[in-house]
Design a protein around this ligand. Structure first.
Ligand code: WTA
Length: 572
């Protein structure tokens, strides 16, 4: 298993000279000096990300370079400050303040970012929702969080069941008409009327900032709750992993509906005062290469499925684009295959640096640093200040080359502080004293590099998006033809995994391709496109335990032609 393949370190790791030395000596306290709490005891992540740079004379530096197929905009730090201050005033006028949840269900446009920052500025907790969510997914999240306000567009509003959401008092429509008597406001009208003079809400480091919903193997999506203190990790990883320099042009391809799109699409670049490229619209290889070229992107953070799709598109679109400014490329979210790393070297002469973390960890914990040799296929080494280990179920640390639970010594600045309204779920992660249990299995080699092996639970990772099989199964059984459903991740060369559903039909329904398509659309329209099973197989009966739980492990073994293991708990 051990690889001898090594790709040399970049000669210019700007902020961290030697990984080993920094790892041995780093204290989180060093990074804290950058922030106001060091002097005043109070903080607000939106101030540190935006306003601080205006105060220190960098207000005219470009903060946001936005483009989509129909629109191009550029905003300086001063302009982002002004827009987010105004949005803060819009929320205040509605009486919204500290600790309340403001959700943002928007396509990736500048207004999304202004709303997000403005929400933080009044001390409220932001909940960004991925624009592809359909009604079921939106409902679950707004019900659980009891959001008081939602920023959305008239198009997306049709997927918001607002009559069923008693806590939701205010809907702010970007590009929409006001109907204030019924709680609908026009974003543009409110922003025009709002003053740009604003007093930020200073909060404590442990006050709530952000909720991201994510999937586990059982139950509905859980609200992972992060506090302002997480910014310390975003800032420091931005320096050492992203290697951000004040003149960099940085592009993170993730949507803020997912944690990468906030931690590394908002905080890390802006806390470091760096120009942030935001691209709206859909993926296309030509567009992506042109986004790199036209903006002169220097640092690029993306994901394996995207890299594989670019790889599939061949060399022609690369030749059309001037990528000469690009100097540092990173990946997250799923295993990064060695072939992709080799392709990156050949196609655009860049090492792709893998990084590992999770919604719950709030920031990068393991990665390949610019100053470090890369072993293609490895996630890299722990971030300074982070102690990672492979442990068994009793918490014993395992020696190198032995596979086990990937675990992290608690705490660290960006570790989630709660699962919203679900203490039991939160505690599951900390079931072994002193450790956070990730749910991933991995091993560490003799040189201290970590190698991802798989998920321990049934969570599916399709194109880097985390999907809980239970959510998909619950949706499937709402379809009138479906009696039982079991959902697994099936390995796929492009998407990492695809969702495969095994379905037993109700009496009176005939298996057919049309029915498969109908069921697939039912999930796509009810939940989200990325949660719809790409493959469906009808079965007379599904394997179940005597207590009636579908045995996904048996379905997976059938699918992959593996031994089914212990079947003693299966009903006959
Ligand atoms: C997986 C995304 C292999 C892993 C930031 C983890 C990875 C889950 C890597 C978290 C990587 C993340 N190599 N697998 N470099 N990075 N994963 O919460 O299974 O959307 O537990 O956070 O993605 O996904 P999440």
């Amino acid at each position: 298993m051990k690889t001898t393949e090594l790709i040399e370190a970049m000669t210019t790791g700007h902020n961290m000279e030697s990984y080993e030395q920094t790892y041995a000596s780093f204290q989180w306290e060093e990074g804290e000096k950058a922030f106001s709490w060091y002097k005043t005891g109070k903080v607000n992540a939106a101030h540190e990300a935006i306003d601080r740079h205006v105060e220190s004379g960098r207000g005219e530096h470009p903060a946001l370079l936005y483009s989509d197929p129909d629109r191009t905009n550029q905003y300086t730090f001063r302009e982002v400050k002004e827009q987010s201050d105004k949005f803060g005033n819009v929320l205040r006028k509605l009486g919204i303040g500290k600790g309340e949840r403001v959700f943002i269900f928007m396509p990736r446009t500048p207004e999304l970012y202004f709303s997000f920052l403005g929400t933080l500025k009044v001390g409220a907790i932001a909940g960004p929702l991925f624009e592809a969510f359909m009604e079921g997914a939106v409902r679950d999240r707004l019900v659980d969080s009891e959001a008081i306000a939602l920023v959305t567009t008239p198009d997306l509003l049709s997927r918001v069941p607002h009559h069923e959401l008693p806590a939701l008092k205010h809907i702010i429509l970007v590009g929409g008409e006001a109907d204030e008597a019924h709680g609908f406001y026009s974003f543009e009208k409110e922003m025009d009327a709002a003053s740009s003079s604003f007093e930020i809400e200073w909060v404590d480091r442990e006050d709530g900032m952000l909720i991201h919903y994510t999937s586990g193997s059982t139950g509905k999506p859980k609200g992972v709750y992060h506090v302002h203190n997480a910014m310390l990790q975003h800032y420091q990883t931005g320096k050492w992993v992203l290697d951000l320099q004040s003149e960099d042009i940085y592009w993170c391809t993730a949507d803020p509906g997912w944690v990468t799109g906030t931690a590394y699409g908002i905080f890390a670049p802006w806390l470091n005062g760096v120009t942030n490229v935001i691209r709206g619209g859909r993926f296309s290889p030509e567009d992506w290469y042109q986004t790199l070229a036209k903006n002169g992107v220097t640092v690029w953070y993306s994901a394996p499925t995207a890299f594989r799709m670019l790889m599939g598109a061949g060399e022609e679109p690369i030749k059309q684009a001037d990528l000469s400014k690009l100097r540092h490329v990173l990946s997250v979210g799923e295993p990064l295959n060695p072939e992709v790393v080799r392709w990156g070297l050949k196609a655009f002469n860049q090492r792709i640096h893998d990084s590992w973390w999770m919604t719950e960890t709030g920031g990068i914990l393991i990665s390949n640093y610019p100053t470090m040799e890369i072993k293609p296929g490895s996630m890299g080494k722990p971030f300074p200040g982070i102690q990672a280990a492979i442990i068994d179920d009793e918490g014993r640390e395992l020696p190198p080359m032995q596979m086990g639970n990937l675990a992290i010594r608690t705490p660290w600045p960006s570790l989630m502080q709660k699962i919203w309204k679900n203490k039991a779920k939160y505690e599951e992660y900390f079931r072994v004293e002193g450790w956070y249990i990730s749910g991933d299995s991995a091993y560490r080699d003799e040189d201290g590099y970590f190698w991802f092996q798989g998920r321990i639970d049934d969570v599916i990772n399709t194109s880097g998006e985390r999907v809980g099989p239970f959510e998909v199964e619950s949706k499937l059984v709402e379809h009138p033809a479906v009696a039982e459903a079991g959902v697994i991740g099936k390995p796929d060369p492009m998407r990492g995994e695809i969702i495969k559903a095994f379905i037993a039909l109700r009496k009176g329904y005939e298996a057919s391709d049309e029915l498969k398509e109908e069921i697939r659309l039912f999930v796509k329209e009810g939940l989200a496109a990325h949660a719809a099973p790409r493959e469906i197989e009808f079965k007379d009966k599904l394997p179940k335990t005597r207590s009636g739980k579908i045995m996904r492990r048996v379905l997976k073994a059938w699918e992959l032609d593996l031994p089914t293991g212990d079947l003693s708990t299966m009903e006959d």
